[in-house]
Design a protein around this ligand. Sequence first.
Ligand code: ZN
Length: 793
Amino acid sequence: MRRDHHVLALAVSGVHQLIINNKLLQYTSPMLWLHHPVSLLLICTLVLLGVLRSFSAPEPLAADAPDVEFSALRSEAILRDILQDGVPHVAGSPANLVVRNRIISHLEASGYQVEIQSRFHCNPLFGACSPVDNLIAVKPGSSAKNAVLLTAHYDSGWTGPGAADDAAGTAAVLEIARMTADFPAFKNDIIFLLSDSEENGLIGADAFAQFDPLFTKVKVVINLEARGTTGSSALFETGNGNRGIIRMFSKNVDRPVANSLVNEIYKRMPNDTDYTVYKRKGVMGLNFAFSQGVAVYHSAIDDPDHLDIGSLQHHGDNAWSMMKALADRDLDHIISPEDAGYIDIFASRLLHYPSSIVLGLSLVLGVWVLIAIGIAFGKDLRFWQLRWGLLIIPFLLGSIVLGGYLLSFPLGHWPDLHPIEHPYPWVGRLALFGVAVLSLFTTLKLFTDRVSPGAMMLLCWGLIILAGMVLVNKLPTAGHIALVPLAMFAIGSVIDVFRKKSPVPLLMASVLGFAGTSFISFYHYFMLDVVLNFDKSQFKIIPLAFMTLMVLPMLLAAVRDRELSWQPARWLLVAILLACLVHLSLPGFTPDRPRGMTLMYSEVEGSETAYIVLESLVTGFDEDYADGHGFKPVELDNGRSRASESPARAVPALNLPGVEVKVHSVRQEEMGWSHRFVLRAPESVEYLLMVIAKESLLDKAWVDGQLALDTSLESKHQRQADTLRLVNPDKSSFEIRLLTRSPDALSLAVVTWHELPKLLVAPFMRNWPEDAQAMEYGPRARKVQHITLDAGE
Ligand SMILES: [Zn+2]
């Protein structure tokens, strides 16, 4: 075998053979081994293993662990107790009352006097109203001036008991409250808040912030949440001016997992948690969540058996460490004048920096790196070499993205997949890693000796410096993406100065720079992996392009003056195709990573035909099942402005009870036209949604005199229509007032939910797929009514 056969086709030829045949053996200094392709592969494998630690949960501590340490097994016992009925418990439902009482018992058993903040509340940001029972316990501090708020929500969504979201957070708070009770008083008050009705629009948190006098003391919030059932509990959001609290986080947490880029992305995403309420009021905070296993999120099987107890351990460790640290801190200065950028290194250390130094630092490092390369290769650099290099970079990056796009078909389009998560991702991941290596090899094969390694090094690092400058200008707290590789290269270049004259200039700089780039590449690969499935492989693969670019100069040096053959590329291609074949045989859904699929009945008032609808909110439905039961695509009126197409079957309408509008009046006021009416809902309606078209120019809405919707409040969501929601209201007649800026008649759609008659869907429950579970709103009967309110005079 010639050497070029096995430089890169490591999967094919044995590593052992490769070392024996390699001419690099002739090098006398053992340090030169670092430059060998096998060493580089070893380095990036070690970095990969380290990065995987950032995305996995720790081992849970046993129930007999010392009482000053958070034990997930003690916390799990609490969780199993409060969820012992295993049913959904939406705010305002009888099931939630039971959960509420169990939480009160736990707090009382720990010696707290529990305050219950009880009211029917509306959050005007979301136009959502429901009954709220917030549960509050306080550990008084010695100075009693400021307070730390430790919080999680105890209500669940409509489907499943919500073990991960957010009974895990609730159980962690309860266990920490129990541990805290035995401690001598801290400086600040500790407020434990188990909030209600988060799922319906952060209603409990809003009620607490608006009406509980305790809130005025709160200077910092620790919120525990989940968007899945497993993985590390990451710090995904903080308040603005987080420099100081990030420094505390780095000092006090044993297993920090955080990346400031996530914080930046989250700001721009239409997602919210209770902390949104407090952040809008300018309160500093730390928001933790675990986010893998998203197929189970808001599903019928978000139960204690599907919760990763390691994730609960991580939640508890984070909250317990930070609560203790903040409890004795002077909280008047908890908001810093600037933000920090940060990223954890293998969940062991947090690398953090003030955003103000980023531009200067990247300039200094950039100049340093360019000078180091200039000194090392200056004599050999020629303009014509750079010209070829300019072609190589787009070729390499383009072929990686194209490869990812092509693989998105066998990995993501043909099998039936969840939009975000795959239950068995490793074969697909290896195929994508293979594409990156294949692109790298092809680039080497086509361009060897076209460009000198020195010129290539100058171009690649020059590109990083340039991209880094653009990045730190736009997003200073994402600076580490460029700063980590540059700093590693700079450190390596100092070591190189002390090395003897060597046949490989800038050896340590290149190797350390590559290690730093691998770290950034793999970290962001797995970050994207949590939000993208293989159908978007062309995006998924982009972080890997970064490290292939930075290893290219070293590999060009390794294959210099040698004719590479296509053989390794062929083997690699075969391996990738094999991986695709294996991936195609893996299921996209399993009973533990289910597809979301629900049967719903839907009728529109005035129509004799109604439908049984096969709903799939996040995921695709099972087509065999749909065909087998005669579900055909139908345009359905869901009350919102856009008609949606879903698989459905026609059935005669049940004529469910609907709402009635009484004593309607319109008056022109200073601000617009005010429509007042009494809305009478059917007895014990669980959910009532009023949709007001955008053309009506709705300003505000009130329910029984309480401001329920304010369309001038800027939310992270883009509203298609203005909506007013009532969840589990404790009565059936409401005084509604709508203030609009249009004099025209007002068109409303009202959607109510009723219990789904079991007999109606019984025939369709046969052959229900094993890998399907009810998700989000679950089985229900829906009635849509269109109502027109007369225009004013
Ligand atoms: Zn939640």
